[in-house]
Write a protein that binds this ligand. Structure first.
Ligand SMILES: [Zn+2]
Length: 313
């Protein structure tokens, strides 16, 4: 049985907890083990223990279904229920291919129904209807039917092309995240060449005088954009996305970075390798303000904004 063959590796020590492929934090990632072969599944197959702040979880089933193979990692498993021929699993990851895009009708459809979008309902409770309708229109926040109440954060580039959408289910009372999936994955598009862009990149030229403010999570970008409209807020969607390809469109702009509490050092190291034609300014606000406990929990600017809003309601 599939579920018994692959398990999350039991904790032994910090040595068998790895760097998360999504948020980039060290010692937080638990990998799946193939009990039959006594070996790990691919290095991106596992679960991040920062459930609220990151939420990355790629199960062996999703991995094999989506044929996400890391270069050079030969997968020859014969797990029960595999319908695809083995050769598909062994295809090397495609590189240097033109980006694939999602048809805009999917985005337009997702904007039609929002009466049961948990994230927007949560935001409405913290602010008001008018604010939410404005921010929904600005970021094209969609609603997915995949799970009742799920939100779609579309990744629309600076040319208006849709790279993909990240589907997230939030609790409408607490605003905490429960589940994640991807539009390109749910649509089961053949030969889709995923090339992510920053969430909010479509707003790049909405005001050329405004600085860009960059955070890790989409939810944070949306909330901060309401509280601090003097910046154009964008999100990397995961610390591993703080890299050249994603940042390139920001050339010649001023970019203020807002690392989550406790992540300042990881961001500084990454930024050192980024192109020099972007003027990066670090906000050390959270690093200075956060308590040791808030740093461990990885508080971000939205947690503070919500704290202030929460006191008002
Ligand atoms: Zn993570």
């Amino acid at each position: 049985m599939f579920h018994f063959r692959f398990i999350l590796e039991p904790y032994i020590s910090q040595k068998n907890r790895y760097q998360c492929p999504s948020c980039g934090k060290n010692s937080v990632f638990t990998r799946y083990v193939d009990q039959e072969k006594k070996e790990y599944v691919a290095e991106n197959v596992g679960k991040c223990n920062r459930e609220q702040k990151c939420g990355y979880h790629l199960s062996p089933k999703e991995y094999f279904d989506n044929q996400i193979t890391l270069q050079g990692n030969q997968v020859d498993t014969d797990w029960a229920g595999a319908k695809k021929p083995l050769i598909d699993f062994c295809k090397p990851k495609k590189t240097n291919l033109a980006s694939s895009f999602i048809e805009s009708r999917h985005l337009l459809n997702s904007l039609k129904h929002n009466s049961d979008n948990n994230f927007l309902l949560f935001l409405e409770k913290m602010t008001n209807k008018e604010t939410v309708s404005h921010v929904k229109e600005k970021y094209k926040i969609g609603t997915s039917k995949k799970w009742k109440g799920a939100t779609i954060f579309w990744q629309i580039d600076n040319r208006g092309k849709i790279r993909t959408g990240k589907m997230m289910l939030y609790n409408k009372v607490t605003g905490k995240k429960n589940k994640i999936n991807w539009v390109h994955s749910v649509l089961r598009l053949d030969d889709f060449n995923l090339n992510q862009c920053l969430f909010g990149l479509h707003l790049l030229n909405s005001d050329k005088n405004k600085a860009i403010a960059l955070v890790e999570s989409e939810k944070t970008a949306v909330i901060a954009s309401i509280a601090f409209p003097q910046f154009i807020w964008m999100a990397t969607g995961g610390l591993m996305n703080l890299k050249k390809d994603m940042i390139l469109p920001l050339a010649n702009r001023k970019v203020i970075l807002y690392p989550d509490a406790g992540c300042y050092d990881i961001w500084s190291k990454k930024v050192a390798d980024l192109p020099k034609n972007i003027q990066f300014i670090f906000s050390d606000l959270l690093e200075r303000k956060a308590t040791a406990e808030e740093k461990t929990e990885g508080w971000d600017i939205a947690d503070y904004v919500l704290g202030v809003w929460g006191d008002k309601v």
